[in-house]
Design a protein around this ligand. Structure first.
Ligand code: PMP
Length: 454
C-alpha cells in the first residue's frame, strides 16, 4: 500500500493495535482483517460509512452483502423499535408469532421451501442442511464445489481457497484451516463449478456415498452458473438420490425475492438462507421438502412420513437435533420482515439492478480508457472486479487474474472514499441512488488514474 492509506487512517491503526492486545489479530472475524490494518468505522447512513479518522466512504461492502436497504433505513429501524416496544423485552425464549409470519413468507417465496427452521447465522443454516441430508440418505460424504464458501466449520472449510490446478485434473480436497481432522478431507468430494462433464464423472463414481451436493448457485454471489450446468446437476442428483442443497445465504433476497432458485428456475431439496433475511441482524434459515425438514420435529417426523421418491435412511426414527437459544430472534425477524416488505414493492429489484448496471458499465469504461485489464462479473446487485480479459466461469479463472493489480486498485479506491474489503465483491443497496453512482464513478476514475500507467 502507499503511504496515503497509512496517513489517512492513523486512528484506525492505533485502535487496531490496541485491539490486538486483547483480541487475536485485533479482529473478531478473520475476514475483517487486511494489511496493514483494517479501517475502524464509527457511524453510517444510507450508502455512506464514516471512520474514526472522519474519512467518509461510499460503502460497497454493506456487511458482506447483508444490508440491501443500506445503513439505518427508517423502515427497518422503525420496525425494530416498534417490535421492542410492543414486546416489552428483547426476546421471550418461547414461540412467538413473527416466526410463523416469516416462515409463511419464505414458504410462499421460495419454490424449494415447504417448511422452515430458523437459526442465527449462515454457518448454522448450512450446517443443519448437511445434517438433514446425511440423516435422510444415510450416506456420509458431502460433495461441494471448489471455491464455494458455506461458513467457517470443519466439514466445509475445504477447497474454499484452492491453489491453481491443471484444468484437466479434477480438484482435490484442500484443508483451508489448521485444526480440521483428516476425516473431513477424506469424506468431502470437491467438484469443479460450471464443469458438468467433470462433475458428472465424479458424482457417478461416488453416487452411493454422497448424501448431498451443496453449492452456492451463484459462486461467491457473483459468478453465474451456466443454466445447462445447473439443470444438469439437478437431474444428476435426482438420478442418484443425492440431495441438492442451495446455499442461498448470499443470493437469497439479493438476486430476487426467490433467490437464485427463482431466478434460474431450478429447485433444490434444501435451501439455506441468511444475510439479507436478517435485515442487518444475525439470522439464518433452513427450508426444504416437508418430509425431510420434519426430521427436526420433536416427533422425529414419524407421523408424516409417506413413501416418496426420497427415502429416509434405515433406522431413522430418532429425532434430528436442532436447537439454539436465540433461534427465531424477534428483533432479527422484524428487521427481516421490514426488509422483505420493502423489497416487495414494485420495481425495487429493477431499480437496484439498473443502478448496478450503470455502475458496472461505468467501471468497465474507465478501466478501458486507462488501459487497465479488468472486467466486472456479477448477477443482479452484486459483482466483482476481476483483473483479466479472459472469461470468468469459476474460481480457477479468478486465481489466474492479476490479483496484485486488484489489490493496488482497491487501496487507491479506499483512499478516494470507496469502501470495499480488498479483493472482495461489491454489493449495492437501495440507498445507492443514481447520484451516489455518479459520485462513485468520479471517485473511481481518480482511483484508477493513480494506479494506471496512462
Ligand atoms: N454461505 C455463504 C454463501 C456465505 O456467503 C456466507 C457468509 N459470507 C455463509 C454461508 C456464512 O454465513 P455467516 O457468516 O452468517 O455464518
Amino acid at each position: 500500500t502507499d503511504g496515503l492509506y497509512a496517513e489517512k487512517t492513523t486512528k484506525s491503526a492505533q485502535l487496531h493495535l490496541e485491539a490486538s492486545k486483547w483480541i487475536p489479530g485485533g479482529v473478531t472475524a478473520n475476514i475483517k482483517y487486511f494489511d496493514p490494518h483494517p479501517i475502524v468505522m464509527k457511524s453510517a447512513s444510507g450508502a455512506y460509512l464514516t471512520d474514526v479518522d472522519h474519512n467518509q466512504y461510499i460503502d460497497y461492502n454493506l456487511c458482506y452483502g447483508a444490508l440491501i436497504m443500506g445503513h439505518g433505513h427508517p423502515r427497518v429501524t422503525t420496525a425494530i423499535q416498534e417490535q421492542l416496544a410492543q414486546m416489552g423485552t428483547t426476546i421471550f425464549g418461547t414461540p412467538h408469532q413473527l416466526e410463523t409470519e416469516m416462515a409463511r413468507v419464505l414458504v410462499d417465496l421460495y419454490p424449494g421451501i415447504e417448511t422452515v427452521r430458523f437459526c442465527n447465522s449462515g454457518l448454522e443454516s448450512t450446517l443443519l442442511a448437511i445434517r438433514l441430508a446425511t440423516a435422510w440418505t444415510g450416506r456420509k460424504k458431502l460433495a461441494k464445489f471448489e471455491g464455494h464458501y458455506h461458513g467457517g466449520y470443519d466439514q466445509v472449510l475445504i477447497s474454499v481457497n484452492p491453489s491453481l490446478r491443471n484444468p484437466e485434473d479434477p480438484p482435490a480436497p484442500q484443508l483451508d484451516s489448521r485444526g480440521i481432522p483428516d476425516y473431513y478431507a477424506e469424506n468431502t468430494i470437491v467438484l469443479p463449478f460450471n464443469d458438468l462433464e467433470q462433475t458428472a464423472a465424479i458424482l457417478k463414481k461416488y453416487r452411493n456415498e454422497i448424501a448431498a451436493v451443496m453449492m452456492e448457485p451463484i459462486q461467491g454471489g457473483y459468478i453465474p452458473p451456466d443454466l445447462s450446468f445447473l439443470r444438469g446437476l439437478r437431474e444428476l442428483t435426482q438420478q442418484y438420490r443425492i440431495l441438492l442443497i442451495f446455499d442461498e445465504v448470499k443470493t437469497g433476497f439479493r438476486v430476487g425475492l426467490s433467490g437464485a432458485q427463482g431466478r434460474y428456475g431450478v429447485t433444490p431439496d434444501i435451501t439455506a438462507l441468511g444475510k439479507v433475511l436478517g435485515g442487518g441482524f444475525p439470522v439464518g434459515a433452513v427450508g426444504g421438502k416437508k418430509e425431510i425438514m420434519e426430521m427436526c420435529s420433536p416427533s422425529g417426523g414419524a407421523d408424516i412420513l409417506t413413501p416418496g421418491s426420497l427415502r429416509p435412511s434405515p433406522g431413522y426414527t430418532n429425532i434430528l437435533f436442532h436447537s439454539g437459544t436465540y433461534n427465531g430472534h424477534p428483533t432479527a425477524l422484524s428487521a427481516g420482515l421490514a426488509t422483505i416488505q420493502a423489497l416487495q414493492e414494485p420495481g425495487a429489484y429493477h431499480q437496484l439492478e439498473e443502478h448496478t448496471r450503470k455502475l458496472r458499465s461505468g467501471i468497465e469504461e474507465i478501466l478501458d480508457r486507462y488501459g487497465v485489464a479488468g472486467q466486472t462479473v456479477g448477477v443482479g446487485s452484486i459483482f466483482n472486479m476481476v483483473m483479466t480479459d479472459h472469461p470468468v466461469h469459476q474460481v480457477q479463472d479468478v486465481l489466474r487474474s492479476d490479483v496484485v493489480m486488484r489489490k493496488k486498485l482497491d487501496f487507491s479506491l479506499i483512499n478516494e472514499g470507496i469502501y470495499m474489503k480488498p479483493l472482495n465483491r461489491f454489493s449495492l443497496s437501495v440507498a445507492h441512488t443514481p447520484d451516489v453512482i455518479m459520485e462513485t464513478l468520479e471517485r473511481f476514475e481518480n482511483g484508477v488514474k493513480k494506479v494506471s500507467k496512462k
